[in-house]
Design a binder for this molecule. Structure first.
Ligand code: ZN
Ligand code: ZN
Length: 376
């Protein structure tokens, strides 16, 4: 088993090194605007420097990729959850017929179905695959099936994509969703991902793609979709780091607002968002992939997520990016326990920031039935 895994790692490294060598030319950012500090001639950068307390130890390029691949392929006992993480049977009768109730269904990881009171069906970062990886034989493997299959979804009106990482941008899921009965959804994406979608998903048709820079917004059926600055990065290969933009989203319509964090480390961007929006009714915030500590320049801990919840004046937050793919080195369900500690530490009520089972729906016309401090 170990021999097979080492062989796969060596092969993967050989493949990426060869591809790196072949891709010698440097990228030109076609959206470059020198007046915008987060634009660079080659791509994009964060608004604020990384937190020095979360600095990554020095390691060589090869060491870095060996460690990353080992992390992806190993299934260490300490990562195993201490509670069963089983999907619940989704309420398909409600989900497939809902036209007038704001509701959020967790499909897994950062994939949610957001339904609004004016009948919109919006998917976030759809990934339905077995692995969140460029390679079919290795990389983060799904712990349990998606809470809903693509076939069980109602017709999707809009898809929001936060960034290009494999656990958020999935080729086969997007191709399947683009071919859904009733016509393709609108695709709201950060700068640069539009070109990737046109080349890989839509067959060159850009009529359903809406590309957004930070603070831009577009409207669908009376609903505003805003792209927000967050502290993260992008890459799908070894040679395209930060060539496409990343972000969080705000979805706003009269009487309802929703915040989707995407992936983010804690930064002053949160204060900037708080200054522009007067709170949110509902949010999905990443609470996983925060160990080891240097991951926190890319992913908030549950404690930082609770601080965000307060700073952004969110009425109800649901934790995501945990319990599905082991992206960090913490236990698959450790974020649930650490979230409970953080709630107590910050005086946040149990039904203000909680988690769902895969397949479970939170309806805004009903009180939050549970939170997960002592088990799901
Ligand atoms: Zn990411
Ligand atoms: Zn992620």
């Amino acid at each position: 088993m170990r021999t097979t895994s080492s062989f796969h790692i060596a092969m993967a490294l050989a493949m990426v090194c060869l591809a790196s060598a072949l891709a010698g030319c440097s990228h030109v950012n076609p959206h470059y605007d020198p007046a915008k500090p987060h634009h660079t001639p080659q791509g994009f950068q964060n608004n604020y420097p990384p937190n020095p307390a979360y600095q990554r130890p020095q390691e060589s390029f090869v060491q870095s990729w060996m460690n990353r691949l080992r992390n992806w392929t190993s299934d260490k006992p300490e990562r195993k959850p201490t509670r069963p993480l089983l999907p619940v049977k989704p309420d398909l009768a409600f989900i497939q017929n809902n036209k007038n109730t704001a509701a959020l269904t967790w499909i897994g990881h950062a994939t949610f179905l957001l339904q609004t009171a004016n009948g919109l069906n919006i998917l976030t970062d759809p990934i339905f695959e077995e692995r969140a990886s460029p390679l079919p034989f290795t990389g983060p493997k799904r712990h349990q099936p998606p809470g809903l299959s693509i076939a069980e979804l109602p017709r999707i009106d809009a898809i929001l994509i936060s960034h290009s990482h494999y656990d958020h941008l999935s080729l086969s899921s997007l191709r399947a969703l683009y071919a859904q009965p009733g016509g393709p959804p609108m695709l709201f994406v950060p700068l640069g991902i539009d070109a990737w979608l046109a080349a890989n998903v839509t067959g060159g048709d850009r009529s359903r793609i809406v590309r957004l820079d930070w603070w831009d917004n577009a409207t669908i059926a009376g609903t505003e979709i805003h792209l927000l600055p967050v502290h993260h990065w992008s890459a799908r290969t070894l040679w395209d780091r930060n060539e496409t933009l990343w972000g969080g989203f705000a979805v706003r319509q009269p009487g309802f607002s929703f915040f989707f964090s995407g992936d983010l480390g804690y930064s002053k961007d949160i204060g900037d968002i708080a200054a522009r929006f007067s709170g949110f009714d509902l949010a999905a915030i990443g609470i996983g992939a925060y160990q080891p500590i240097w991951y926190r320049n890319s992913h908030v801990s549950p404690e930082e997520a609770v601080r965000m919840h307060k700073e952004l004046r969110i009425k109800r937050s649901i934790g995501m990016h945990w319990g599905t793919f082991a992206m960090g080195q913490e236990r698959l369900d450790q974020a649930v326990d650490d979230l409970a500690i953080a709630r107590r530490q910050h005086g946040v009520k149990d039904d203000e920031f909680f988690v769902l089972h895969h397949g479970e729906t939170f309806r805004t016309d009903q009180p939050a039935q549970r939170c997960c401090g002592s088990g799901l």
